[in-house]
Design a protein around this ligand. Structure first.
Ligand SMILES: [Fe+2]
Ligand SMILES: [Fe+2]
Length: 279
């Protein structure tokens, strides 16, 4: 079996489902797609861990053209079909493989297809229409620009962190560091989802780009951790600055909540760093 290709397919599915969950409007459909996105994330991680255990080298690239298709979909029913096709392609890739992880993936994906077929969606996709309006929230031009800029930057960064933390987790057997990377990846998935949700509501959703390999391969882990402690503190500050500027209580509270999570990320990284330095 070609684990590298299987990892890439799980990765692409994860991106498609998490984006799809913010592109649809019905809450029950959103919840279902979020669930599947979580599983596709775990599928990606499990296959990465299997590859690492077998000393198979892999990268975290994805087919950009495939992901860009999300932006071309006009109707929710097209999006749903796109997701079903994606899982169908996954299943085709597992063909003839008998392996505990792949058997699990095959079983999950087959069931998800059944669940997707039962969903009833209709409506236009507005996540990319560049309207720059947040329904029910009045924002002045300055706040709006600051928010849009922040969302675009953060969506990109959170995606990058999910990938890097997952890669580090798959290659780390020091328990404290491994668990810190898992927590960081899950928090980053949550942040990505919340930021993407806001961006989609405003019609300014942006798609991720593949991460340059230098950012995770052969990386000095101690140096990376030190740098990222700074980055997490930087993220905390960005949230605080915007929270003050935004002039809307609800959004400001949300940003303060995120900023305190960022502060804890720095703490988790410090713990990972300590554990690794002790070896
Ligand atoms: Fe974050
Ligand atoms: Fe963070």
């Amino acid at each position: 079996m070609d684990l590298r290709k299987i990892i890439r397919f799980q990765h692409e599915s994860f991106i498609k489902f998490i984006y799809a969950s913010v592109m649809v409007k019905e809450n029950d459909v959103k919840a279902k797609l979020e669930d599947i996105a979580q599983f596709k994330y775990r599928h990606m991680l499990w296959t990465m861990q299997d590859a690492a255990a077998k000393k198979i080298k892999f990268d975290m690239d994805f087919n950009e053209e495939e992901i860009l298709k999300l932006k071309l979909l006009k109707r929710e029913e097209d999006l749903l079909q796109f997701l079903i096709d994606d899982l169908d392609n996954n299943i085709a890739l597992y063909e003839g493989i008998d392996d505990p992880t792949i058997n699990r993936l095959r079983s999950d994906d087959s069931y998800f297809i059944e669940e997707l077929r039962e969903l009833d969606v209709e409506g236009d996709i507005t996540a990319f229409n560049e309207k720059r309006e947040l329904p029910g929230v009045e924002l002045d031009e300055n706040s709006k620009s600051a928010l849009v800029f922040f969302l675009m930057e953060e969506i990109f960064k959170e995606y990058e962190l999910i990938i890097i933390y997952s890669y580090l987790k798959a290659h780390t057997d020091i328990a404290i560091a491994n668990s810190a990377f898992m927590d960081l990846a899950y928090d980053s998935i949550y942040h990505l989802k919340r930021f993407a949700e806001l961006a989609a509501k405003m019609g300014v959703l942006t798609l991720p780009k593949p991460i340059p390999k230098e950012k995770y391969e052969n990386m000095g882990i101690v140096e990376f951790l030190k740098e990222n402690i700074e980055e997490e503190m930087g993220a905390e500050k960005q949230c605080l600055i915007l929270a003050e500027k935004i002039g809307n209580k609800k959004l400001s509270d949300f940003l303060l909540f995120i900023s305190r999570q960022e502060l804890y990320h720095a703490e988790l990284l410090k713990r990972a760093l300590n554990a690794i330095q002790k070896g």
